[in-house]
Ligand binder design. Structure first.
Ligand code: ARG
Length: 481
């Protein structure tokens, strides 16, 4: 197709919300301009938009839809726009609706009439879907890197705190002793699965919407394979309606982020509890705690509280996008513009939480003595006593009953379980003829729990080294990106 020789005055007219082409005889009402404008948030997509447009312009040149010279002019102008936005030199006009029209308008100012050819065979519908898919991939990688840092901090603590013992809880009642390392590693497991979910979500953004047009592709000979490849997608989307209308990759990212935030919220709830005088297990470093405006003695765990609070916000964003999509007929509907703010805010919020939690947990001071004292109650070893009877051949239900009677007796007589003599124990059952001093040792109990995944030293060391291997794999994957 021919070079643009005679500038077409209508092509030079800047794209503007005021002039949606010849179809319209009036400019948009000012209320409509401000109501529908998205540039104040979709400016976050400017890099992706420029990349997508460059890929499109190059393809137009290769396919002869524009001349090679025109293609090069478009690419040059787009690169200049990128430099200008980067340097904060480009003013974005809300009246032009979104970042995509703003960029196209600026290309027109730089390159002249040829800018009118950039949108050949393209719609903002496939353009915006492409930009978002690119953005999602980048965001997934950024969150995974921040998450890797937190996983590392937890693993470092686990490596150091294998000898610190605290009660494990069920129903927030002291249940059985565990190693603090085991507790940290429980979160490492959750966070490793979160990482896998984030990776999967990114894999769902692997089809390129570009070339799907408004909804039904194009009559122009577009090469969708080449733009997909250039933009790092695995393939062009197989269905043009799906390509412009679907946002499930964004939903999947939001859902992975929501689950991650729920995990962080549970961890933070424990930090809040453990910081209380009632527990006294941990103290936040001064750099990550705040005081009260009224009570001079207070030191508050605001960081974990805020993370806990922000988890609701991220889950809210997931629900918001689900509701935006519910009941939308195919293909593009303007409702879809509402996809961006939840996604952008969720990603920013999660990144912020991870970035502060890593150093806040790294610098956390623990009171190992208080933890050990809380774990020292011999009642926490009542299950061990029942297990001992099972080892002697007794059915567990019967063992549970007998040890229950021992416990009831101790509560009634106000005697700690480990203060019963060998003879007193044997009275409950002859098989309880054991040495209380050695039996009621937390260390013995922990080491007896050497099933895989349990709190015995070897089992904890084993799960720590697996967690480290997994983290190394994540890091290697992220380095490739
Ligand atoms: N700003 C719009 C969005 O984010 C771009 C697509 C507009 N398309 C349209 N047909 N009005 O979804």
């Amino acid at each position: 197709m021919a070079d643009c020789k005679e500038p077409d005055p209508s092509a030079q007219r800047p794209a503007s919300a005021k002039t949606w082409g010849g179809r319209f005889s009036k400019r948009a009402a000012s209320q409509l301009e401000s109501f529908s404008s998205s540039v104040h948030f979709d400016v976050a997509l400017w890099r992706e938009d420029v990349l997508g447009s460059i890929a499109h312009a190059r393809m137009l040149g290769r396919q002869g839809i524009v001349s090679e010279r025109e293609s090069a002019e478009l690419v040059r102008a787009l690169e200049q726009v990128a430099r200008e936005i980067e340097a904060g030199e480009m003013e974005l006009d809300p009246a032009l609706e979104d970042v995509h029209t703003n960029i196209e308008r600026r290309v027109g100012e730089i390159a002249g009439a040829v800018a009118g050819k950039l949108h050949s065979g393209r719609s903002r519908n496939d353009q915006v879907a492409t930009d978002l898919a690119l953005w999602l991939r980048g965001a997934g990688t950024r969150v995974r890197s921040a998450l890797a840092r937190l996983r590392e901090v937890l693993m470092q603590r686990a490596g150091r705190e294998i000898d610190v013992v605290l009660p494990g809880y069920t129903h927030l009642q002291r249940a059985q002793p565990v190693r603090l390392a085991h507790h940290w590693l429980a979160y490492c497991e959750m966070l490793a699965r979160d990482d896998a979910r984030l990776r999967d979500a990114a894999a769902r953004a692997e089809s390129s919407p570009l070339g799907a047009g408004a909804l039904a592709g194009s009559t122009l000979p577009l090469d969708r394979e080449s733009t997909a490849r250039e933009l790092g997608f695995a393939r062009p989307g197989r269905n043009s309606l799906d390509a412009v209308a679907s946002r499930d990759a964004a939903l999947e990212l939001l859902s992975a982020l929501s689950i991650l935030m729920i995990h962080l919220s549970r961890l933070c709830e424990e930090l809040v509890l453990w910081s209380s005088s009632e527990f006294g297990f941990v103290e936040m470093d001064d750099a990550f705690a705040t005081g009260s405006s009224l009570m001079p003695q207070k030191k508050n765990p605001d960081v974990p509280e805020l993370v806990r609070g922000k988890s609701g916000r991220v889950v809210g964003h997931l629900v918001s996008l689900l509701m935006t999509l519910k009941g939308l007929p195919l293909a593009y509907n303007r409702d879809l513009q509402e996809d961006k703010e939840p996604v952008f805010d969720a990603v920013g919020t999660v990144e912020g939480c991870l970035e502060i939690l890593a150093p806040a947990i790294e610098t956390l001071r623990i009171d190992a003595e208080r933890m050990a004292a809380a774990a020292a109650d011999p009642m926490l070893l009542a299950t061990d006593l029942a297990d001992h009877l099972v080892g002697e051949g007794m059915p567990f239900r019967e063992a549970h009953e007998i040890v229950g009677r021992v416990v009831a007796h101790c509560l009634e007589a106000r005697v700690p379980l480990d203060r019963l003599s060998r003879a007193e124990l044997s009275e409950f059952h002859p098989a309880l003829d054991l040495d209380p001093a050695s039996f009621f040792s937390v260390e013995r109990s922990l080491e007896a729990r050497r099933v895989p995944g349990g709190p015995a030293r070897a089992a904890v060391e084993d799960s720590l080294s697996r967690a480290r291997e997994e983290l190394a794999r994540t890091r290697a994957e992220l380095e490739e990106k």
